[in-house]
Each structure stands twice: as structure tokens, then as C-alpha cells.
Design a binder for this molecule. Structure first.
Ligand SMILES: Cc1cc2nc3c(=O)[nH]c(=O)nc-3n(C[C@H](O)[C@H](O)[C@H](O)COP(=O)(O)OP(=O)(O)OC[C@H]3O[C@@H](n4cnc5c(N)ncnc54)[C@H](O)[C@@H]3O)c2cc1C
Ligand code: SF4
Ligand code: SF4
Length: 1018
């Protein structure tokens, strides 16, 4: 990547320092710090974006290990005149985390709680600690940090302080600035300064305080006249700490705390080393009232009255969001519990306190209030904790639900957190809706009605006319904000998209006072230049991630012929109706692959460690490179030529994709549906075409071809596991880890000992005759057919005992293959041939409406996933519609009253580990349903991500360590801590990992049912 010389014509913070400075910086950081020094193009590219529309290549990245590393880096950067940009989760929406600077990533190593004083309700933390992780540590003490941002699983406390973040419950607890008690931070001259109550400041901090106080005095009249009088004002610097203008004063006793100057400063004044936070008592009880409104206007009008009841949150969800949630299977049933008919909008009104009874009377008050407002019977009361939690999850997912729109036009964040006084909220939202309509767009409204901050994003295409529309809409929105005496920047900060509005909001005199503050703390403009002071124009196309044609380097896609069918992404969407054009019509020269990659909007949701699968490799390494977002960004830069002409088949991209285990966690958990497992197949196909396949690739991919023959000589092949030196040799020659046992070969396979009463695919006439009877096709894959045939036998026995006629399909006296092992190695043509043959064999049975029942999740689900994008046409769709996992089939049949087999109780507890692909396809709850057919069974689901084996991944020597770390993250400890439990795991590789790592045998659910069945079908 070319580093361009600085130019005085370019906005601050957007042009890279000279090459020599960057090279010297990299050299010195490597020599003088213990941190990871990342100056290669791909690494820099991964840190060039945040959750905004902007992209600026940084000079380089440092992932520091120690505080000394950070201090040293600041000194070196100052010497070399390279700006410094502190970074947490990089989830900012306004571009404040992008810059032509040395980016220092705190999120990997600065995650500790330094001091906790439960009595005083104070905690001191490092800046890279994530909010949810802090709150998990506080929970046992009955405390929490209450600035509950939607990104609580990703946002770091340092980043939250940088942005003055605000949560859903800010009406009760305030913003970040109301909840910080102190900070320790480096100034650009290297001094480490404690910021806190002005009465206790050291000399350096006292000098700063005096300076700011003097400015506040000098500008008192302007401050009084221009400062928005709402709590949700996060623009500029907090000059009003000495002259409070906020609805909610920054401190309870009116004293001044200098740390508040750093809150919302977006890393432009100092580099935070630690933060001392005020904690709150965890509310013992909560109730929720959901008010259903016949019109959006009525909802907006009601907010001002509802807040008088003292709620802890009032959150809006509008009709579009309700419809989107109803259309999403994951949210539908939850949303339905909140609705009365089809409202135009709902308000979620939460009351918190010590006892449920008092809170229930608050719900009655809410009902009465709505009656007074002419909306009797409009409130759904939700006193239970679990339903409330589920509904909050839907609300938190609001933005992400909206961002899943395909096509080049996207909902764009630039006026999405204007805050207006509540009495004007209805007029403001009506007027802004009219503005959108005038500009051929539409907004979906949601979020913080309690404090007059509603999120709304018009759909714009930033590669075409988006910039012009963005400016026009912003101008009109700003006029409305001024009319209603609101704040233009009320939650997400200034960054690049709102920096230019600071002077508009506060006027030139206060803007100069802000400049004086910057000069006092950072006179050399070292920290995050171009933010707050001297920002660029919001519509500076050169800074867009998708730069328009007028920009010096417009965004373009390099033509590519994909091996998979990505046409579903190759569409355009109408900005008003959001209806998309037909697949394949979106004008993408990569057939839709690039558009699928571009679906990643950098929201950082994949940086999570809580429930769900995404993303196991990041959970282990905590490297941006091994995160779904990092991979998507690298792919996007590669397919758009920003990493050089051959980047898509480069080693840098291979390294980025290498630890992706293809678990499909992102397919389900990524809110915009980035399906990296599929993208890895596409990438590998191109990469391997250029670089060739290794012997190991071929050996693994072709396993289904030779498995049947090889199983005749198990004694020979099993020598690998027993003969001294054989495993070592295998590692040297093939790269398969010597620390692993390989699956045991055997001659008594399913195919040799198959029950003669099973019908095989030769008997299609019988299949037709079976229509209307209880019948199923058992698809026996390579693994269950060859290595673990007892699973296939067990499944057949269970189905037969339950009264089903059982078919199977075979090829040359052995198994058919779904193509999975070929896909995992990027051999898409071969995979297509295998899957095609399987589909041909299954088609007549599927056409007869017979369920195709599979045992191995990754094989069966290939029929519902990749087989549909390999060009196999309508027959693949037909087969996919009938393809079910064994547990899905049994659960379905049991629910319909057709599967009535009885079971003995299990004499041990049951522990369940879901295969990643089961999780990705929502097929874990059917196993739980099936296990509950066993009397008294209370199966416990292990909250685990990927087991780490992931097909052949964990067998490979280069992946062994990471594979074991993935398993140790949750799965293996859970298995070990339940020594008596029956462990159920349906994935072949999961069972192998459990055997290797915990020396325990896990079983397929079919085997457990087989062992416990006592009765034939009634
Ligand atoms: C889907 C979505 C939902 C969101 N919901 C909310 C919401 O409900 N409420 C809300 O307020 N925001 C929200 N945001 C915005 C964002 O998530 C928050 O502002 C969050 O607190 C940022 O945390 P971070 O760790 O990602 O910070 P980053 O983006 O990494 O950094 C934020 C700023 O802090 C500075 N900074 C970071 N560390 C330091 C340090 N050590 N010293 C000095 N400066 C530092 C950075 O330079 C940057 O200017 C949302 C964003 C998304 C994508
Ligand atoms: S991959 Fe998905 S979850 Fe991760 S940042 Fe991109 S859009 Fe968000
Ligand atoms: S497929 Fe799994 S490992 Fe790969 S990016 Fe997605 S979540 Fe991460």
C-alpha cells in the first residue's frame, strides 16, 4: 500500500506521515516495546474502519502488552510526528476511531479490574475492559455499571468514555459522564496525570482545571445561550463542567470533576490509562409495560407524559421494526407477546426497584395514564423476568435487524441521535419523516424516547448520490434541531460525520474555546487529529469506505467469476419500500460475492464471548485478524483492489482465513448475515487453483472416495495410531498432528452389516408405495457409515421400532457423499459432482415427500446450505426441503403424534454439546425436545462455541494448539465438571475432541434413544 506524503490541503488526521517516519516508527516500536507491531497492508486495512461509513488507512497498529509499551509508543510517535489513535472495540459509528495515525488497540491486553471497593461502590478498570465483562464481575456483589449501551458485549470502558456513551436507561442513570469518578491519562508530552475532583488535583491537572474554568467564565454568556439544555448532548468538549447546562448535573453535589473533561473527547485530549467508575446497585426487580399505539405520532406525544411516572427506560420500536422482527423466526414469538393487534408503534416502559409489588402498581399507573390519554387497554403488562429479557434482546438487535438490507443502498448513520426536548418529539419526528420523503428515502425509528434521542437512518447509496443527499438531509435536520432547541449529537459522538456541526451547534466563540482546551492538553496535535477540532466535511468522499466516482480513488470491484452462486446478494433495494430486485440484477462484477462481503458494516457484534458460536478463533486469539469482521474487511479490501492486484489469492489473505473453522456461527449470529464459512470456500477455491493442493488436502478431501475400500484393511491403517514413530512421520509428511489419534478404521461398517430390511435406492417403486405411511430415508454419510456405524444402526433401529419404514441410498455398495470434505478444501467442482450424485439418488424419495434423515450435522446440512449454491438447480431445492437431522425428524414426528416410542429413564444427568452447524440452523432445540422424550430427563446444554475440531481443522499440526484452546474455552471444562453425565454430541469431530481432551465418550442422540427405548410404536 502506498503511503502518501502529508499535504496541507488535506484535512487533519487523514493523510499519512511520510514513509520514512512510518518505517522508523515500525522499527522503533518493534525494538522498544513488547507489543505486536502490525504495519503490513492487510493489518492496517483491518484497522482502517469502524462502524461508520468512513475509512482511513492508519500508519500502523500497535497491540501493546504493557503500560510501558503504551507510554513508549506515545514517546516514539511524538518524536516522529506520527499521530496516535487509541482504540477499544472500534464500534464507533461516526468515524472517530479511524485516522492516518498509529492505532493502539487496548482491547487485547488491557482488560483488568484494577481495584474494586464494594462499600464505596467504586471500581478502577483498564480501558480495554468490555462492559459486559465488568458487569459479570460486579454481579456477585449486587452492583453494576449502568451505562448499558446496546454494544455492551463489545464496547470497552475506554471507548465508552471516549464517546460519552449512553445506555437505554440513561433517564435513570445518566450518560458516561455522569458515572465516571476519575481517570488517569497520558498527555502528549508523556506526563501521566490523574484527573478527578478539582479539590484534589495535582499541580498539572490543577493548571488544566484553571485554564478550563477561565474559558468557561469568559464564555459564560455564550454557553448559556448556545448550549443545548438536554441530557443527551455529547458534542464538543464538556466545557460546561464549570458552568452546568445539562438537564442532569454531572455530579450529585454540584462539585466539579476534571475527569469529565476527557469524557466524550474521542481520544483527542489524552490517552486513558485507567478509569474510576461509580457503580450502582443492581435493581432487584423490574417490570415492563408495553404500550401499543395506533399511530406513531401518538407514541411520540405520549413519551413526555410517561416519563413523569419515573420509569428507568422508555424505548421506541416502530412499525417497520415490528414487521422486520415478526418476519425473523428468531424474534417472532417474542414480539408477538408484546403486541395488541398490529400497532403503529410500541413503547417499552420499564420500572425498576426493590419489590415487584410496588412495581406492579406502577404498571397500573401506566395503564391509567394511557386511559387518560384515550388509549385504554393499550398496555401489555410483562412482570416476568425471562419474557422481559427476550423483548429487550429484540430491541437491542434493532439496528442490526435494519442493517441486514441487501444491495448498495444502506441505512446510513449521520443524524441518528439528534436529541430534542420531549415536548417537541412528535413534531420533530413528523417533520423529519417529511424531510426523508422529499429526498426519496425513508427512516425506521427506534430507541430512546425517554430522553428524546431517537435513532433513524435513511437509506443512501454512498457510492452514487449518497453524499449529496446526506448533506441535504443533515441541513434540514439541523434546522429542526435548532428550532426545537435540541442537540445535533446526542449519543454516538462527533467523529468525522458530525465534527463540522460542532461550530454550527455552539458558535465560533465556543468553538475557539474548544480549540484552546485542545491546545492546553495536546498542543502538538498528537492525539486523534481532525476530530472535534478542525474536522473534515462530513461528505468528504475520499474518506468514505465506499468512495464515490468523484473521489481520487473511487471504490471499485475487481471482476471475478465466483465458484459458488452469490446471486442472492447481487441485488439493489428500493430506498423507500426496501423491496429488492431479482437475484443477479445488482450489477456486481463478482456475481454478488463482493456485495455479500460488503454486508459487514463493522458493528463489531462478532467480538462477543457470550452465548452463540461466533467467533471461536477470535475468542481464542483476540486478534482482529481472526475475527469475522477482520476477515470480511480483508476480503473487501482484496476484492476491491485496495491490497494490490493479486490480493485475493495472496498469502496475507490465506493467513486471515486460516483460523476460520467454517463453523457457520456468523451465518446465524452476525446480524447482517455475513457467512464467512461460505466465503472461505470461495476463497480457498481461488487460492488453491493458483497455489495447488497439498497431499494432505487431497487425502482429506478424497476420504469419502477411498473410505469404503480402506475399511477392508483396518489393521493396516490403524498402525498410524499404534506403531511407534508413525504419528510423528504422519506429522512430518502430511501435517497431521502427532498429538492426535486419528479415527479408527473398522471392517464391520454399516454397509457390510446393513439390516436387510432396509430399502435401498434401487427400490424406488417401494418408495412410491410408501407414500402416506410412516417412512424415512436414512442418509448414512461417510463418517457414520465407516467409522461410527453404531450410530447409523441405532438410528435405523429407533426409527423402525417407532414404526417407520426405513430407506437408504447407497452407491456401489457404500455411502454417498455430500461433498463436505471437498468443500472444506476448496474443491468445489468435485463437491458438486458428489453432492449432485447424492441429490439424484435422493430426488425421487424427496419428490414423494419422504423425509431425508441425516446423522452428521455438517453432512446433512450441506444439503440445506452449500448444495443450493453449487449450480445444482431445482432438484437441490426439492431435496433440501425434505432434509432433516435425525433429531429434527424425531421432534417433528413426536409433535405430530406419530413418534410414540417409549423410553426408560436415564440413570444419569444428560449434558448436551451442540455441533456448530446445528446451532447455525437452529437445530439444537430439537435435540433438547427429543431428549425430553426420555422420562425425567433434564438435559443441560453446554454454552459452548466451536469444539475446535471442526472437520479436519483440529487434526492439523498447525492448528492443534488453537483447536485445544477453543475446546478448553467452555466445552472440556463443562464435561470434566460433570463426571457422571452422559455427554450427547451429534458431531463426529466434536465426539473426537471430547475423547481426546477429556477422555470421555460422547454419544450421538440416536444411540442414547436406542439404548433407552422400551416399546414399539403404539
Ligand atoms: C450496533 C451499534 C449499537 C450501538 N449502540 C450504542 C448505544 O446504545 N449507546 C451508545 O452510546 N453508543 C452506541 N453505539 C456506539 C458505540 O458502540 C459506543 O460508543 C461504544 O461505547 C464504543 O466503544 P468501543 O470500545 O468500540 O470504542 P472505540 O470505537 O474503539 O473508541 C471510541 C472512542 O474512544 C477513544 N478511545 C478508546 N480508548 C481510549 C483510550 N484508552 N484513551 C483515550 N481515548 C480512547 C477512541 O479514540 C474513539 O475516539 C453503538 C454502535 C453500534 C455499531
Ligand atoms: S461480520 Fe457481522 S457481526 Fe462482525 S462486524 Fe461484520 S456485520 Fe458485524
Ligand atoms: S465461520 Fe466460524 S470461525 Fe469462521 S468467521 Fe464465522 S464464526 Fe468465525
Amino acid at each position: 500500500m502506498r503511503i502518501e506524503p502529508a499535504s496541507h490541503l488535506q484535512p487533519a488526521g487523514t493523510v499519512l506521515p511520510p514513509n520514512e517516519s512510518c518505517e522508523a516508527l515500525a522499527r522503533r516500536l518493534a525494538a522498544e516495546t513488547e507489543g505486536e507491531v502490525l504495519f503490513d497492508d492487510a493489518s492496517r486495512g483491518r484497522y482502517a474502519t469502524d462502524a461508520s461509513i468512513y475509512q482511513i488507512m492508519p500508519a500502523g497498529v500497535l497491540v501493546p502488552k504493557t503500560e510501558r509499551d503504551i507510554a513508549t509508543a506515545i514517546d516514539i510517535a511524538r518524536d516522529l510526528k506520527v499521530p496516535v489513535l487509541a482504540r477499544g472495540g472500534g464500534t464507533s459509528q461516526c468515524g472517530q476511531t479511524t485516522g492516518a495515525a498509529l492505532v493502539i488497540d487496548n482491547s487485547k491486553h488491557f482488560r483488568r479490574v484494577l481495584e474494586l471497593d464494594v462499600e464505596a461502590r467504586r471500581v478502577t478498570v483498564e480501558p480495554g475492559l468490555v462492559l459486559d465483562h465488568l458487569n459479570a464481575q460486579l454481579k456477585p456483589h449486587g452492583l453494576w455499571f449502568p451505562v448499558d449501551v446496546s454494544t455492551s458485549a463489545q464496547a470497552t470502558l475506554g471507548g465508552m468514555a471516549g464517546n460519552n456513551s449512553c445506555g437505554s436507561r440513561s433517564i435513570a442513570y445518566g450518560n458516561m459522564v455522569h458515572n465516571v469518578a476519575g481517570a488517569s491519562a497520558w498527555l502528549s508530552d508523556g506526563a501521566l496525570v490523574d484527573f478527578g475532583p478539582v479539590s484534589k488535583l495535582g499541580a498539572r491537572a490543577a493548571d488544566i482545571a484553571q485554564h478550563v474554568q477561565q474559558l468557561a467564565r469568559q464564555h459564560h454568556a455564550e454557553i448559556a445561550a448556545r448550549w443545548p439544555k438536554v441530557m443527551r448532548r455529547v458534542a464538543g468538549y464538556n466545557l460546561d463542567i464549570f458552568d452546568n447546562q445539562s438537564e442532569k448535573p454531572y455530579t450529585a453535589d454540584g462539585s466539579v470533576n476534571l475527569a469529565h473533561l476527557l469524557i466524550g473527547a474521542e481520544g483527542t485530549l489524552a490517552y486513558t490509562r485507567s478509569l474510576t467508575l461509580k457503580l450502582s446497585e443492581l435493581p432487584r426487580s423490574k417490570v415492563l409495560g408495553i404500550v401499543n399505539f395506533p399511530s406513531f405520532h401518538a407514541a411520540m406525544d405520549a413519551a413526555q407524559h410517561i416519563v413523569k411516572l419515573g420509569p428507568t427506560a422508555v424505548e421506541l420500536v416502530d412499525r417497520t421494526m415490528i414487521e422486520l422482527a415478526l418476519a425473523n423466526p428468531a424474534f417472532k414469538s417474542t414480539v408477538e407477546t408484546a403486541l395488541i393487534g398490529r400497532p403503529a408503534a410500541i413503547l417499552l416502559v420499564e420500572f425498576s426497584g426493590d419489590g415487584k409489588r410496588a412495581l406492579l402498581s406502577k404498571l397500573k399507573d401506566l395503564g391509567n395514564l394511557m386511559g387518560d390519554l384515550g388509549l385504554r387497554g393499550s398496555v401489555v403488562e410483562m412482570p416476568g423476568d425471562a419474557p422481559q429479557k427476550n423483548l429487550w434482546e429484540v430491541r437491542k438487535a434493532g439496528l442490526n435487524i435494519m442493517m441486514s438490507l441487501k444491495g448498495d443502498g444502506k441505512p446510513v448513520s449521520f443524524i441518528e441521535d439528534c436529541a430534542v426536548p420531549l415536548e417537541h418529539l412528535a413534531e420533530y419526528t413528523d417533520a423529519l419523516t417529511a424531510v426523508f420523503a422529499r429526498h426519496g428515502s425513508r427512516g425506521t425509528w427506534y430507541a430512546h424516547a425517554s430522553v428524546g434521542t431517537l435513532h433513524v437512518r435513511p437509506i443512501l447509496d454512498m457510492r452514487t448520490d449518497g453524499a449529496a443527499k446526506m448533506r441535504a438531509i443533515a441541513e434540514e435536520a439541523s434546522a429542526l434541531v435548532r428550532k426545537y432547541k435540541g442537540a445535533f449529537s446526542g449519543e454516538h459522538g462527533d467523529g468525522l460525520c458530525r465534527g463540522e456541526w460542532i461550530e454550527w451547534q455552539f458558535g465560533p466563540a465556543i468553538n475557539e474555546a474548544f480549540r484552546a482546551i485542545k491546545k492546553k492538553l495536546d498542543p502538538i496535535d498528537l492525539f486523534n487529529p481532525g476530530k472535534i477540532i478542525d474536522p473534515p466535511k462530513m461528505d468528504e468522499g475520499a474518506l468514505f469506505r465506499f468512495a464515490p466516482p468523484s473521489a481520487p480513488r473511487p471504490y471499485k470491484r475487481i471482476p471475478l467469476v465466483p465458484v459458488l452462486d452469490w446471486s442472492a446478494w447481487n441485488v439493489q433495494a428500493d430506498p423507500v419500500t426496501e423491496v429488492t430486485t431479482a437475484p443477479g440484477t445488482g450489477g456486481d462484477v463478482t456475481g454478488g460475492f463482493a456485495k455479500a462481503v460488503e454486508m459487514c458494516n463493522n458493528n463489531g457484534h462478532c467480538r462477543k464471548f457470550d452465548a452463540g458460536t461466533m467467533c471461536p478463533s477470535y475468542r481464542v486469539t483476540r486478534d482482529e485478524k481472526h475475527l469475522t469482521r477482520g476477515r470480511a474487511n480483508t476480503l473487501r479490501l482484496a476484492v476491491s483492489g485496495q491490497l494490490g492486484p493479486e490480493a485475493f489469492t495472496s498469502e496475507a489473505l490465506y493467513e486471515t482465513m486460516d483460523l476460520c473453522v467454517g463453523c457457520k456461527g456468523c451465518r446465524r449470529d452476525c446480524p447482517t448475515g455475513v457467512d464467512m464459512a461460505k466465503m472461505k470456500i470461495e476463497f480457498l477455491a481461488h487460492y488453491k487453483k493458483k497455489h495447488g493442493h497439498t497431499l494432505k488436502d487431497r487425502l482429506i478431501a478424497k476420504l469419502p472416495d477411498y473410505a469404503h475400500t480402506a475399511s477392508r484393511f483396518p489393521w493396516l491403517l490403524n498402525l498410524r495410531n499404534t506403531l511407534p514413530g508413525a504419528a510423528w512421520l504422519g506429522e512430518r509428511l502430511l501435517g497431521l498432528s502427532a498429538k492426535r489419534s486419528l479415527p479408527e478404521w473398522r471392517s464391520d461398517t454399516f454397509w457390510r452389516d446393513r439390516d436387510a430390511t432396509m430399502f435401498v435406492n434401487r427400490d424406488m417403486a417401494i418408495a412410491a408405495a410408501c407414500v402416506g405411511r410412516k417412512v424415512a430415508v436414512l442418509f448414512v454419510d461417510t463418517f457414520n457409515g465407516t467409522f461410527e456405524s453404531e450410530n447409523a444402526f441405532a438410528a435405523a433401529r429407533v426409527l423402525k421400532a417407532a414404526g417407520y419404514l426405513v430407506h437408504t441410498v447407497e452407491k456401489d455398495g457404500g455411502h454417498h457423499c455430500c461433498g463436505r470434505t471437498y468443500l472444506a478444501n476448496g474443491m468445489v467442482d468435485e463437491a458438486k459432482a458428489k453432492a449432485g450424485a447424492l441429490i439424484d439418488a435422493l430426488l425421487p424419495l424427496a419428490e414423494a415427500g419422504i423425509a431425508i434423515v441425516g446423522l452428521e450435522p455438517s453432512c446433512l446440512l450441506t444439503l440445506r446450505d452449500e448444495a443450493l449454491v453449487m449450480g445444482l438447480g431445482a432438484k437441490a431445492e426439492t431435496v433440501a426441503q425434505e432434509a432433516l437431522l435425525f433429531e429434527e425428524f424425531v421432534a417433528r414426528e413426536a409433535k405430530a403424534g406419530r413418534f410414540t416410542l417409549a423410553f426408560r429413564p436415564a440413570d444419569k444427568p444428560i449434558l448436551l454439546h451442540g455441533h456448530c452447524h446445528q446451532k447455525a440452523f437452529g437445530a439444537v432445540s430439537p435435540i433438547l425436545d427429543v431428549l425430553k422424550l426420555i422420562p425425567d430427563a433434564k438435559p443441560e446444554l453446554i454454552e459452548s462455541s466451536c469444539c475446535g475440531m471442526a472437520g479436519s481443522f483440529g487434526y492439523e499440526a498447525s492448528h492443534y494448539e488453537v483447536s485445544m484452546q477453543m475446546a478448553e474455552a467452555a466445552l472440556l471444562p463443562a464435561v470434566r465438571s460433570n463426571p457422571d453425565a452422559i455427554v450427547v454430541a451429534d458431531g463426529t469431530s466434536c465426539r473426537h475432541q471430547i475423547a481426546d481432551g477429556a477422555q470421555r465418550e460422547a454419544v450421538h442422540v440416536a444411540r442414547l434413544l436406542d439404548a433407552l427405548k422400551i416399546d414399539a410404536a403404539r
